[in-house]
Design a protein around this ligand. Structure first.
Ligand code: ADP
Ligand code: MG
Length: 242
C-alpha cells in the first residue's frame, strides 16, 4: 500500500474538507472539522479515537446516513453532500454494508433469513448458504438471534453486510459488546474481508490495541484528524493483546 498504489488506483471514497456541525439550542457544536481522507480499494482502515471524538459521526457520513455541513464525500461521480435522498438510498443499499456494536439483527427472523433479507436488496448477492458456512455458522442457520451467542450474532450481522458485495463495509465498534476472546475472533473475520471479498473496510474503535490490525490508522481527537499512520505489516487479530 505505498504511494505508487495510490497513484495507480482510484479511491473508493474521498472526503474533502468534511465538516459536521450540530445545533444545540442557540449554540453550534462542531463535531468534525475539515476532514480530508481517501479510502483505497481493499484496505482496512482503522479510525481510532476516544469517546465523543466524532467516530460514529464520520462513519454515518461515509455511509450516507447523515449529511455533511460543508465539504464533499465523493463516490465515483456521486457527491454525498449534494446527492438526492433517492441517490443516497441507492448508495446505501447497493454499495455500503454496516456493522454495529449491538448487531441489530431482526429478532423474529432466523440467522439465514436475516442475511437473506439483505440479499434481496441487490441483484447479485453472494450465495447465503455459502457465506454462512464460510463464517462458521453452518449449524446456526435456523436459529433466532436470541438463541445465538454474541459472537455468532455479530458473525450473522457481518454476513448480512457482506452478502450485498458492498464496495465499503463500515464497522462501528463491532467488538464493543463482546468478551475478549470472542472479540479477537470477530476481528480475525473482519480482517480477512478485504482480501476475501475485495471490500474496503473502515473499523471504528476506541481501543488502541485494535489499531495494529489495520493497513492504515487515522486518529481522531475532538473531531479533527490528528495523525495518519500506516502499518507495513498489520498484526494478525489472533495476536492481539489488550
Ligand atoms: N445528532 C446529534 N446531535 C447533536 N450532537 C451530536 C449528535 N450526534 C453526535 N453528537 C455529538 O458529537 C460528538 C461526537 O459524537 P460521536 O460521533 O458519536 O463520537 P464517538 O463515536 O467518537 O463517540 C459528541 O459530542 C456527541 O455528543
Ligand atoms: Mg461512536
Amino acid at each position: 500500500m505505498g504511494g505508487s498504489r495510490e497513484l495507480a488506483d482510484t479511491c473508493v471514497l474521498r472526503l474533502e474538507r468534511v465538516t459536521k456541525r450540530y445545533r444545540q439550542g442557540p449554540r453550534e457544536l462542531t463535531v468534525l472539522r475539515e476532514v480530508d481522507l481517501s479510502l483505497w480499494p481493499g484496505e482496512l482502515l482503522v479510525v481510532l479515537g476516544p469517546s465523543g471524538s466524532g467516530k460514529t459521526t464520520l462513519l454515518n457520513l461515509m455511509g450516507g446516513l447523515d449529511r455533511v455541513s460543508t465539504g464533499h464525500i465523493r463516490f465515483g461521480e456521486l457527491d454525498l453532500a449534494t446527492a438526492t435522498a433517492a441517490q443516497l438510498t441507492h448508495y446505501r443499499r447497493h454499495h455500503v454494508g454496516f456493522v454495529f456494536q449491538f448487531f441489530n439483527l431482526v429478532p423474529n427472523l432466523t440467522a439465514y433469513e436475516n442475511v437473506e433479507l439483505a440479499a434481496y436488496l441487490v441483484e447479485q448477492p453472494l450465495p447465503v448458504d455459502d457465506l454462512l458456512e464460510q463464517f462458521g455458522l453452518a449449524d446456526r442457520k435456523t436459529h433466532f438471534p436470541a438463541q445465538l451467542s454474541g459472537g455468532e450474532q455479530q458473525r450473522v450481522a457481518i454476513a448480512r453486510a457482506v452478502v450485498k458485495r458492498p464496495a465499503l463495509l463500515l464497522c462501528d465498534e463491532p467488538t464493543g459488546a463482546l468478551d475478549y476472546e470472542t472479540a479477537k475472533d470477530v476481528l480475525g473475520l473482519i480482517q480477512e474481508l478485504p482480501e476475501r471479498f475485495g471490500t474496503t473496510v473502515v473499523l471504528v474503535t476506541h481501543n488502541q490495541a485494535i489499531a495494529t490490525i489495520g493497513h492504515r490508522v487515522i486518529r481522531l481527537r475532538s473531531g479533527e484528524v490528528v495523525a495518519v499512520s500506516r502499518n507495513e505489516t498489520p498484526l494478525a487479530a489472533s495476536e492481539l493483546i489488550w
